[in-house]
Design a protein around this ligand. Structure first.
Ligand code: KIV
Ligand code: ZN
Length: 389
């Protein structure tokens, strides 16, 4: 495999969909899966087949229609889960079973009331069992973010010996700092025997707002798969946002890492997911938020009108947004008003602009935003005043 490609593993339909309020029916999931395939993701985690008959059907139907991406189903380290996932994935061109177990002290002690030895035994058994059904088996060490590195290396080594093709290192609770998470990946690269036989995957949650930073730190330190969701939806504060990692790698070519995502489809995909899930996206969300390419202060607007790159590091067209927005508010200046007036057909002289700007400020102080309709009304007032004068 090409060493500077980072595979994109999309879990919108699994980790994203398990969020309260985000539930989708099979038809909606099929539409999203088709779109993800078009977007260019490498892996679609379609669901957790044993969790419900509905999820089984969705994974099964998605497996039938996806043409390019690997289709993956989640399981616990439980034989029945693995059998059901294999059955759900049987029509996939490229099926993957994603199996694993909690590895941190708190998972082993409190969730399983078990021991490290027993957890290693179950991990090996699950991976070996999954290999009876598919070649491509991803092993996850749940709560790897809080797992002791030496034990994590041991269980990863055993997973590789059992046939794992991908090692998922989830920061399940979103606890790690980027340096720490990056160092964890580096430690695994340096201490797991035969690590080159598997791809290391980052699966980061956003409890401290660090999911994207941690995933990038992981990739810089040798991970070659990032697990993420559209709009960053997912358990609690969410998962790593797909659109963020894709654009970070694109905007920083010196990292020498890339994905195969068609970034021009990012915005439309974001809209599709928010509409289907009924999940609102904050306006200041990076890349796909309503304000991501909107400029409202006079100083910024003046800069952007003169040269877009003054205040924009991404060309909006790169992510499928038609153009930057110059929003008219009480903080806007004359340059912005002249620009917006020109867009709706008024080429203003200096005198007209001065007059229009005074009227505009009265509007802007009364309302949150001055819209095109207001500009036409302002221009009528300007023309009246000019005639009287
Ligand atoms: O966050 C997590 O640890 C997970 C695993 C099940 C992969 O979602
Ligand atoms: Zn997760």
């Amino acid at each position: 495999m090409e060493n500077n490609k980072v595979q994109i593993f999309d879990t919108t339909l699994r980790d994203g969909e398990q969020v309260p309020g985000c539930k989708l029916d099979t038809n909606q999931k099929l539409i999203i899966a088709e779109r993800l395939d078009l977007l260019g993701v490498d892996v679609i985690e379609a669901g957790f087949p044993i969790s419900s008959p509905g999820d089984f059907t969705s994974v099964n139907e998605i497996a039938k229609i996806v043409k390019n991406a690997t289709v993956c189903g989640l399981t616990r380290a439980v034989k029945k889960d693995i059998e059901v996932a294999a059955e759900a994935l049987k029509h996939a061109v490229k099926p993957r079973i994603h199996t694993g177990i909690g590895t941190s002290e708190s998972h082993i002690k409190y969730k399983f009331k078990s021991t490290q030895e027993e957890v290693v035994r179950r991990a090996k058994e699950a991976v070996s069992y999954a290999k009876n059904f598919v070649d491509d088996v991803e092993f996850y060490a749940e709560d790897a973010g809080r797992t002791d590195n030496a034990f994590l290396a041991k269980i990863c080594e055993e997973a590789i010996k059992s046939g794992a093709t991908v090692l998922n290192i989830p920061d399940t609770t979103g606890y790690c700092l980027p340096e720490e998470y990056g160092a964890k990946i580096k430690y695994l690269k340096e201490n797991v025997k035969d690590i080159e036989k598997a791809i290391i995957s980052c699966h980061c949650h956003n409890d401290l707002g660090l999911a994207t930073a941690n995933s990038i730190a992981g990739a810089i330190n040798g991970a070659r798969q990032i697990e993420c969701t559209i709009n960053g939806i997912g358990e609690r504060a969410g998962n790593t946002a797909l659109e963020e990692v894709v654009m970070i790698l694109k905007q920083h070519p010196h990292l020498n890492l890339h994905t195969d995502i068609n970034s021009k489809l990012l915005y439309d995909t974001s809209i599709m997911v928010r509409e289907k899930m009924g999940m609102f996206v904050q306006p200041n969300k990076a890349i796909v938020g309503a304000n991501a390419f909107a400029h409202s202060s006079g100083i910024h607007q003046d800069g952007v009108i003169k040269n877009r790159e003054t205040y924009e590091i991404i060309d909006p067209e790169e992510v499928g947004v038609t153009e930057s927005a110059i929003v008219l508010t009480a903080r806007s200046g004359r340059a912005a008003l002249a620009y917006r007036a020109k867009n709706v057909g008024y080429e203003l002289t200096k005198v007209q602009l001065d007059l229009a700007y005074d009227i505009f400020l009265q509007y802007a102080d009364r309302q949150k935003e001055v819209v095109n309709e207001d500009i036409h009304t302002i221009m009528k007032e300007v023309n009246k005043t000019s005639k009287i004068a």
